[in-house]
Design a protein around this ligand. Structure first.
Ligand code: COA
Length: 339
């Protein structure tokens, strides 16, 4: 199976603004010690996560997504009427149908947009970015709202210590706009990879609740509608594929690892981030981390991290930044962006 199809179209897209939102309720490792047999020390040393945010009762994925979107629109100076494409990367949609993107479209009043979801788990935001980029480069859309949003707190088995300590809720968004190819502004996507490996569908999934295994009174006690994960297998696949993707996008951008000012990686586990960063030969300060505050927010994680890195001034004009994410599928994506 080949994972290296290059995205070769010239870039006429730029990131005009970013935004993010996390729910107010904080669930700490100390809180989890009261729910399952675990310790703050175990969670911190194995994952780097200290606390995570949990959506309020009645707060749906589209509510998180809409709040992040409004912040990105404000940062970009773009109105709802100007948006002609909305893509939401999510695996915890409000409803099986309609799409979460249509719920967001309604919330925003983005009447001119076409709206749809993409299912790529934790790679959802970067998949959405690559799909929107094709529309913009193709000239059929000019102003895209892309969102990574997930509320995994509703899909976690809170009695399973292997998974419940890892995840949190949140949303991140970006406005992508078309730009003239020869406008003298070098900012934009320099290179990208989008890939998946369906041989690994079983290592991370919610097996029940869909058409394959409907939830019935007979199987309800097996909690098949919650996250099932083979942690070590996921860890190995994440390091292998993410490193491969990072090396590919750096090379295709005509750069060396040292030219990357900042990696903004998926926020699943600090040990995965360290493994990749070290193999690229980069020091700790070149990787942006906020997983200690939010845990793994799935499709939202890279988007929230990007927004925080931009707003805090860690990302500077002209920097080469590397966004990379991986998740269930297995699905992964990476991009080098000149800011
Ligand atoms: N608290 C205390 N002990 C725990 C625990 C917890 N929350 N979760 C698991 N353990 C136990 C296990 O039961 C196991 O005990 P055993 O040896 O008696 O069987 C022990 O800790 C070690 O488990 P192991 O799986 O070897 O730990 P690990 O070092 O691989 O860390 C993960 C576990 C899940 C943190 C790690 O595998 C990981 O991060 N994987 C990737 C997960 C991920 O990123 N998922 C999302 C992808 S988008």
């Amino acid at each position: 199976m080949s994972h290296s199809q290059p995205v070769t179209v010239p870039c006429v897209m730029k990131i005009a603004g970013t935004g993010s939102y996390v729910p107010e309720r904080v669930l700490t490792n100390a809180d989890l010690e009261k729910l399952v047999e675990t310790t703050d020390e175990w969670i911190m040393s194995r994952t780097g996560i200290k606390e995570r945010r949990i959506a309020a009762e009645g707060e749906a994925t589209s509510d998180l997504a809409t709040k992040a979107a409004l912040r990105a629109m404000e940062a970009a100076g773009v109105t709802a009427e100007e948006i002609d494409l909305i893509i939401v990367g999510t695996i915890s949609p409000d409803t099986f149908f309609p799409s979460t993107a249509c719920h967001v479209q309604r919330n925003l009043g983005a009447v001119k947009a076409v709206a749809f979801d993409v299912s790529a788990a934790c790679a959802g935001f970067l998949y959405a970015m690559q799909i929107a980029r094709q529309f913009i480069n193709g000239g059929t859309r000019k102003t895209a709202l892309i969102i990574g949003a997930d509320k995994l707190s509703g899909m976690v088995n809170w009695q399973d210590r292997n998974t419940c300590v890892l995840f949190g809720d949140g949303a991140g968004a970006a406005i992508l706009t078309a730009k003239e190819p020869n406008d003298g502004d070098p900012s934009g996507v320099l290179s990208s990879v989008m890939a998946s490996d369906g041989r690994l569908t079983d290592i991370l999934s919610v097996p029940g609740g869909g058409s394959a295994i409907p939830i019935t009174p007979e199987n309800a006690d097996q909690r098949l509608n919650t996250i099932h994960m083979q942690g070590r297998e996921v860890f190995k696949a994440a390091v292998k594929y993410t490193l491969e993707a990072c090396e590919q996008v750096i090379e295709r951008a005509g750069l060396k690892a040292d030219d990357i000012a900042l990696i903004i990686p998926h926020q699943a586990n600090v040990r995965i981030v360290d493994a990749i960063r070290e193999r690229l030969g980069l020091p700790p300060e070149r990787a942006f981390l906020n997983l200690q505050k939010y845990g793994n927010t799935s499709g939202a994680a890279v988007a929230i991290a990007l927004d925080e890195a931009v707003r805090s001034g860690v990302v500077k004009k002209g920097d080469n930044i590397l966004l990379v994410a991986f998740g269930a599928g297995f699905a992964w994506s990476a991009s080098v962006i000149k800011w």
